[in-house]
Design a protein around this ligand. Sequence first.
Ligand code: PEP
Length: 252
Amino acid sequence: MPNRPFIVGNWKMNGIRAMLSEARSIDRGAARHPDVRVGIAPPFTLVLPMAEDMQAAVIGAQDCHAKPSGAFTGDISAPMLADAGAQFVIVGHSERRAMHAEGNAEVRAKGDAALAAGLEVIVCVGETEAERDAGNAESVVTGQVADSIPLGEEVASRVTVAYEPVWAIGTGRVPSVADVGAMHRAIRAKILEIYGEGGAAVRILYGGSVNAGNADELLAADEVGGALVGGASLAADSFLAIVTAASGAGGE
Ligand code: PEP
């Protein structure tokens, strides 16, 4: 199991060049915690300037198209992101699944495209509140893992899974530590089923309202290898507090 936690900031549709100074502050903080891998996924327009600027943090994108080029107005391909200096791409975020009707097959195709372009991929999965209330959270999430992650044991070391309960994103609500641990154990079992022993190398991040106050306990839950952070990643102070918590946690 990878033991260097990965803390990733998802800036969503936030950030203009004036925010580059915030990213520089995050980068300086990341340099003080070499035991933590720090990533930022800004909007597409900031991938290149951030990638050129960062010393310690790695830069990624929030989505890519499944095709390398072509008549897809408004889309960005994985080779374009790699060319701009991205090292990873997030695919299957619940906002894309819900607002852009992306299903598991499309998410897998995007992940495959990212790997083919030499990028790492973070595949997001997570249940809605209705699915949890109906007692289906684990089957929904492990089903998404089975149908969305890129296949082939040889790619496992470049795949990260982010468990993000939809009802916890941007709401200030988080599952109990026990529920996070139980879900991460179920995801690990599914990943091992898919990749074999190579699945032990896959980090499983928790995402959904992670902040400075709850990071310690969430990062200490079973099989949690880091965090995907939305709102709290937009300011260096709040994001670095999470990085510091991960540093203290010393890994999974
Ligand atoms: C996210 O959207 O990936 C996320 C985790 O958001 P937040 O931290 O704001 O809940």
